[in-house]
Design a protein around this ligand. Structure first.
Ligand SMILES: O=C(O)CCC(=O)C(=O)O
Length: 277
């Protein structure tokens, strides 16, 4: 990580692709790091930072007068995008309602690890033509039907379809949206999403409800990791090199949100599974 003092960044230096990004209301959920109206997220990769061959990613608050201040600087893989506060409270509530509706026909179930049959600490369901699941006998895979009801997974809400179109950069729709429900004791160990054929497509993830500590490493399980706190409404994109990076959730902060009626955290992860024809 570089400690080099940063010169102010002028608005004219913001690359075109970034100016097209939706404005965000906050950058990282630390106290006193709110953006003023007109501010934007920017990313700056001045040089590789060494660890796991990551580049240095920084979140910069740009004021209306063109000056900037650095809010967060971490060594993160290329293709990782953090879009805090992407969804407002109304949109978050609509997504929770869509999940609860879906659970009427595709109830949450507890997946099990391949071979050992060890239960995962999250429960899950899916939206879309395919759903991710795992059990003792057949392991990690995508299935077109719910393991208990035998019915197709429910269609995803339009908000998620729009999100994918806006941030994935992929020319075909996602096929699976895995919905994980975390209670205060749930965790998700470091893993790479690699059960898809279309590993060139980004994985897009939405956080709803209680805050979580998200951990991101590199392509090696043993490499250096960083953590960031994800809050309700935040979106994370794992594309490019980040698609091959280990990640997981090592802590839920209970009672930090009132969004999910019974408390806890929902995470919605969209993936393209098959290679488009
Ligand atoms: O809950 C999260 O933020 C991450 C979920 C995840 O890594 C996964 O479903 O593969």
């Amino acid at each position: 990580m570089s400690n080099r003092p940063e010169a102010p960044v002028r608005r004219t230096q913001i690359p075109q692709w970034l100016q097209a990004q939706p404005p965000v209301s906050s950058l990282i959920h630390l106290p006193d790091t709110r953006l003023a109206a007109g501010d934007r997220e920017t990313r700056h990769n001045p040089q590789g930072c060494g660890a796991n061959q990551f580049r240095c990613l920084q979140y910069v608050s740009l004021a209306a007068d063109g000056t900037s201040s650095i809010l967060l600087r971490m060594s993160l893989p290329d293709g990782f995008r953090y879009l805090p506060g992407y969804y407002d409270r109304t949109q978050q509530a609509a997504l929770v309602e869509a999940v609860l509706d879906a659970a009427n026909t595709a109830p949450f179930f507890r997946p099990r690890m391949p071979r050992t049959g060890q239960p995962l600490s999250v429960t899950m369901t899916n939206f879309g033509p395919l759903g991710w699941m795992t059990d003792k006998d057949k392991g990690y895979r995508y299935e077109a039907v719910h393991p208990q009801t035998g019915a197709s997974w429910p269609a995803p809400p339009d908000l998620l379809i729009r999100l994918w179109d806006d941030v994935s950069g992929y020319g075909a729709p996602f096929e699976a949206c895995l919905v994980n429900y975390y209670t205060e004791t749930s965790r998700m160990g470091l893993h790479i999403d690699w059960d898809e054929e279309a590993t060139d497509a980004a994985v897009v993830s939405v956080s709803l409800g209680d805050k979580a500590r998200f951990r991101l490493g590199g392509p090696s399980r043993k490499g250096k990791t960083h953590s960031l706190i994800l809050s309700s409404g935040d979106v994370v994109v794992l594309g490019g090199a980040a698609r091959r990076c280990y990640h997981g959730v090592d802590r839920i902060y209970p009672g930090t949100s009132t969004l999910v009626p019974q408390g806890g955290r929902l995470n919605l992860t969209m993936r393209r599974v098959t290679i488009p024809a």
